[in-house]
Each structure stands twice: as C-alpha cells, then as structure tokens.
Design a protein around this ligand. Sequence first.
Ligand SMILES: Nc1ncnc2c1ncn2[C@@H]1O[C@H](COP(=O)(O)OP(=O)(O)OP(=O)(O)O)[C@@H](O)[C@H]1O
Ligand SMILES: [Mg+2]
Length: 349
Amino acid sequence: MLKKMSIGSPEKSSAPSRANPTVRVLVATRRTDVHAALEQIAPYALTEAVSTRGVYTSLRGTQLAIVELDALLEEEIPCETLLQVLQQSPTVVWTTPDGFLREPATWRSHALAASGHFECFPPAAAALTSYSGGVGKTTLSLDAAVHFAARTKLPTAVVEFPYGPSALRVITGTTEGAGFVDAVHNDPSEALRSDFPLWRGVTLVTVNYADVSGLLKPEEVAQCFERIRNAHILTIVDSEFPHPWLEIIAKQIGTFIIVGAPRPDAWNNAAALQQLMARTPDLYPHSQVVFNLVEGWGDRLTQLGLERTMDLPRVKYPERLEGRLGSMLLKAIYPYWAQTPGAATRRGM
Ligand SMILES: Nc1ncnc2c1ncn2[C@@H]1O[C@H](COP(=O)(O)OP(=O)(O)OP(=O)(O)O)[C@@H](O)[C@H]1O
Ligand SMILES: [Mg+2]
C-alpha cells in the first residue's frame, strides 16, 4: 500500500545541484518528528508507505529507507522477510526513525555515497586493534586506506599507535614529513595535511613511541587526533591493545575493529578483547571482530561460537596492497561499500 510521492523543500537554498543532489527517501512511519527532520536533508524526493508490501515495492529507486518495522501493516510480506531484504539490499541504505533522528545529515550522506556520490561519504574514524601481534592490523589498515583513497579521492589517513619505533615508516619506506607529535604545534588554521607524508594517496601519521610517549599530555594527544580526524574523511588507527593513546582518543572512534586470526592464541585474544569492550561500552560503544588469514577455518571459527563481521582470506602478495582485503574491510566501516560503483576490485590474487 503506497501513499504518495512528493518532492521536498524546493526552496532556493536547498535546490538540487551537482554538489547538493536530491536524495530519494522512503518513509514508512507516522512519526511526525521524522517528517519534520526531513527538512534537514533537503533536497529530497519522498515516497511513503504504510505496509510491508508498500515498502518492498518502493525499494526500487529508493536511496534511503526510514522504516518503523513494528508499525507496518503486514501485507503479503512478513516483517521478518522485509527486514532481511532491507539488510541485504545492494542499493538501499536503511535506518529506523530513531537512528535517522540522531543524525539526519549523516544518513543523507550515507545514502548518497552508497549510490556513487563519493563526495558525500560521511567522515568516519575506525581503529584496528588486537592483543595479538602479526594478525594483519597494519596490512589491513593500509590496504583499506589506499583502496578508499584511490576510489574516492577523498582525504584518508592512517594513524599508528605502536609501542616502539614507527612500523609505518619502515613498511612504506618513508623518511620525510611530520609525525603525530608535530600536530600539537601545528597552527589549527594551517593546512595540516600537507605536513604529513602522503603515500599512495594516504596521509601517514607516524609515531616513534619509544621517543615521544612522555612528550604529550593526554589532552594534547586528544587534540592532535581531533585535528587529524577533522582534516580527513576516513581516519584509520592501527593500534596495539592496550595502548594509552588509544584509550585517550577512544571517544573519537566510530568503530573498533578487533582483528583476529585462526591461531588458537589469536582467536582467544580476539574473544577476550571483544568481551572487554562489551563490558566498557562508554569507552568502546561499537566494536566488532574481523578474522584475517582465514583459510578453510571459517566453519571451525563458527563452531567455536565466535561472532564476527567477516573473514578475510590469506592472499598471495599482501605487501602489494592490491585492495582485495581493503575493499572487504571497508564494509565494516561503510556497510554499503561493496555496492558503490567502482568499489569492487579485481579478483583472483
Ligand atoms: N590476509 C593476509 N594474507 C597474507 N598475508 C597477510 C595477510 N594479512 C597480513 N599478512 C602478513 O602477515 C604479517 C603480519 O601482518 P601485519 O604486520 O599487518 O600484522 P600486525 O597485526 O600489524 O602486526 P604487529 O602486531 O606486529 O604490528 C605480514 O607479513 C603481512 O604481510
Ligand atoms: Mg602492525
């Protein structure tokens, strides 16, 4: 059961343009606060539905679906099935009324980014971390960042929090440019990004922790990171766990990605870290586990009761950063990543 279709907010300031495209929204809720908040995502084209069938048949052409499942009239399609369709849709970004009301503008950005408007990707900060060494934190951080920067041409950074000297400098062969600590002396009005080394399109923010750990006060660490984050669309932190600086900046991180590997110690560590983060939601409100280097271990990990967002395969030439791992990992940060045109990468490495 479809209700109506209309075009929202045709005022001058919100008229559609290349830089400000119209987003096609499907609203399936009677909540008036949602309708009022739509003005914040103008320009938009609105379709409304009141039944499961109405939502289902309107999905084609929709970019953002705001659906209150409990309030829908069940017609032909059970709510549970519709939920699955929404979750698996390769083209529609969906949220609940409460989710939408928390961040209307971000949902607009997600929806547009998902349909290929790369300039609309909302800023995100993710941290890859683990108790275990050698599970692929640095490889995955770099591969995801290089791939994202190449596809979107958006400012992208990798920030490392090691215990010893910078691994990023060694791996990338970078000797020039500022490091994390230098950002504290940086005048906020100056172009921060140009100070750091740019490697394969990615800003590298390196730390020689052995030398500088005592130099910065906690509030300076938080401030440095905030400046770096504000200067980039995607910021990926590659950090040991625990790490004092990671704790300091934890509140600025959108999602913690716990990296595990199918070695008994590494999956045990991943499970332990997942539990620790779940027990500390004020510091780590959103965490997920990703397994790397999985070769025929998938079933066994499932039998061990390990819930995880994805399994990443062992590839032949990880150091080449060809994007296969990165393009998969980006789905943990931007769930619709795979569907963005041109986001797929070549297979068969
Ligand atoms: N998916 C993969 N397929 C094959 N090799 C991989 C994969 N991921 C990582 N590697 C390799 O595993 C080794 C460890 O990876 P990496 O240095 O990224 O781990 P790390 O978690 O950052 O380690 P550390 O804790 O020492 O910083 C490297 O030699 C890397 O090339
Ligand atoms: Mg590393």
